[in-house]
Design a protein around this ligand. Structure first.
Ligand SMILES: Nc1ncnc2c1ncn2[C@@H]1O[C@H](COP(=O)(O)OP(=O)(O)OP(=O)(O)O)[C@@H](O)[C@H]1O
Ligand SMILES: [Mg+2]
Length: 306
């Protein structure tokens, strides 16, 4: 069953197209990662899916509800963690959860139990009476997720939940996301951390409002398995700058003494070592390496804009 179905979804702000005819499907229990740089259109998309923003064009259903006609029903049915967490700093952990539980109509008889259960699941052991102002970002982040889950929704939309949180806390957060998916919840999560796409069942790349890829990390990598090489050279910085003049280099990145390059799959690179040596760049080795999602993303961005 599908939790999210979107077709040609578009949002314009006056003449500016923030989201440009995107179509995709998210299945129940799936972790769908929505990746893109600042200003790509992630928040605008998520807000349309959550019934907060009305699309300019296109259509979509969330849990069978229409994103234009059933915005109120969607807001009640889904969980949403906004980019700024939206918690009350002067209230305590428990007061925050009680407040949002009330808004979502969680019966008061079961609210206390629900809060305890969520705090346990989020691994928050800080006393519930602690005001938020005293909490580190990692705990606030998990509390914001608890808030989004207070009414036990089937699907949660998380807008850059891990930004501004340290790597350890980010990892912990992802473990909680896995638990949710295992329980059958659908998780739609935006991020600009490439490595987080690896944690998702499926990743969509958005740039300039356009969806430029939508597949499992494994499939995305398969598409590029013969395209990425590591060049090792003592003069890697000089060589790196020289690569600008080579039109077949789709993408390049420096990693210490090594340069990773992305080239078209039909490119014969066997002569490259000799060529570089002749130009005065001694090359120790050139070897094919598995693509990273960053390679793929940047290649797709380049292919889209050229
Ligand atoms: N209410 C608005 N009026 C005009 N332009 C807007 C509005 N909201 C967003 N935009 C523009 O639409 C584009 C997409 O914005 P959006 O917030 O969806 O990006 P994002 O991918 O969430 O970025 P970030 O990673 O910074 O959160 C940006 O260029 C933004 O300036
Ligand atoms: Mg955003």
């Amino acid at each position: 069953m599908e939790s999210v179905v979107v077709k040609n979804l578009t949002k314009k702000f006056h003449h500016f197209v923030a989201v440009d005819r995107i179509s995709f499907v998210v299945k129940r229990g799936e972790i769908f990662g929505f990746l893109g740089p600042n200003g790509a259109g992630k928040t605008t998309t998520i807000k349309m899916l959550c019934g907060i923003l009305t699309p300019t064009d296109g259509e979509g259903q969330i849990l069978g509800f229409d994103i234009v006609k059933d915005q109120q029903k969607i807001k009640q049915a889904i969980g949403y963690m906004s980019q700024r967490f939206s918690l009350y700093e002067d209230l305590s952990i428990e007061e925050n959860l009680r407040f949002f539980g009330g808004i979502y109509g969680v019966p008061s008889a079961t609210l206390k139990e629900r809060i305890d259960e969520l705090l346990q699941k989020m691994e928050i052991s800080t006393p519930p009476s602690t005001p938020l102002i005293k909490l580190p970002a990692g705990i606030k982040q998990r509390l914001a997720l608890a808030k989004a889950l207070i009414h036990n929704p089937e699907i949660v939309f998380l807008d850059e939940p891990t930004s501004g949180v340290d790597p350890l806390m980010r990892r912990k957060f992802w473990e909680i996301i896995y638990t949710l998916a295992q329980e059958g919840k659908t998780v739609f999560v935006t991020t600009h951390y490439m490595e987080e796409a690896e944690y998702c069942h499926r990743a969509g790349f958005i740039i300039g409002g356009k969806l430029i890829a939508d597949n499992s990390p494994g499939q995305l990598k398969k598409e590029f398995e013969n395209n990425v090489y590591a060049i090792e050279s003592e003069k890697s910085i000089e060589l790196f700058h020289h690569l600008v003049s080579l039109p077949f280099i789709i993408h390049k990145a420096l990693f210490g003494k090594k340069i990773h390059i992305v080239v078209p799959p039909d490119k014969d690179i066997s002569l490259l070592k000799k060529e570089f040596r002749a130009l005065g760049y001694p090359v120790v080795s050139i070897e094919q390496i598995p693509p990273s999602l960053e390679n793929i993303f940047l290649t797709k961005v380049k292919n889209t804009s050229s």
